[in-house]
Write a protein that binds this ligand. Structure first.
Ligand SMILES: N[C@@H](CCC(=O)N[C@@H](CS)C(=O)NCC(=O)O)C(=O)O
Length: 205
């Protein structure tokens, strides 16, 4: 089987993929990079990801970047764990919606809260609309639960769940009861626990 290598800094957005790899359950290697030391800007790494960012995933001869894209890829490449919604399934549309909602709506909403603009941006011009609507839409989706696609846990939960967990940890998202209950359900997953404890070890080292 083609080898899987995650280019990783712990903790960071590559922790999203670290969790995903634990859910997938296939063997993988971690190639650690120190962002502090600027290893992500070294020519050897820029040849892998010209954005100079983690995560990047190598799978055999293929390199994939962007956390949500990597999670989508892994779920499709290793369908045994049923972390994807297959193409023929009509729920695939909803599944893709959430995978894209992470980087295109949830993350920009959080970033704008972390780094406010001098003047509010016009809602119509912002792909995510505005913060409160993003929060409401996600709250309704996770309240129905247990997961975004109902009973089936998918890669979309890794992407949206990581954003919610991170946003609440840094107090950039409100601890709405729906978010807290969803985050608590995710925290029970052994794959997330394994990735988190490994990341803590790596960060401490
Ligand atoms: N759009 C990218 C963002 C990745 C990203 O910003 N990673 C941060 C770590 S959380 C990074 O590599 N920062 C180092 C830098 O930009 O110098 C994704 O979703 O994968």
């Amino acid at each position: 089987m083609a080898k899987l290598t995650l280019y990783h800094a712990a903790p960071s957005r590559s922790s999203i993929v670290h969790w995903m790899l634990e859910e997938v359950g296939e063997p993988y290697d971690l190639h650690l990079l120190s962002l502090k030391a600027g290893e992500n800007r070294a020519p050897q790494y820029l040849a892998i990801n010209p954005m100079g960012k983690v995560p990047a995933l190598r799978h055999g001869d293929v390199v994939i970047t962007e956390a949500a894209a990597i999670c989508t890829y892994l779920a499709d490449a290793f369908p045994r764990r049923k972390l994807n919604i297959p193409i023929a399934d009509p729920r695939r549309g909803i599944y893709l919606k959430w995978l894209f909602f992470g980087p295109s709506c949830l993350e920009p909403a959080i970033q704008d809260r972390a780094f406010p603009r001098k003047e509010a941006a016009p809602r119509a011009a912002m792909g995510y609309g505005e913060y409160d609507t993003v929060m409401e839409v996600i709250a309704q989706a996770v309240a129905a639960g247990p997961y975004l696609l109902g009973e089936q846990f998918t890669a979309a939960d890794v992407v949206i769940g990581s954003g919610l967990r991170w946003g609440m940890a840094f107090k950039l998202l409100p601890p709405r009861p729906e978010f807290v209950a969803y985050a608590d359900r995710l925290a029970e997953r052994p794959a997330l626990q394994r990735a988190e404890s490994k990341d803590q070890e790596l960060a401490a080292a």
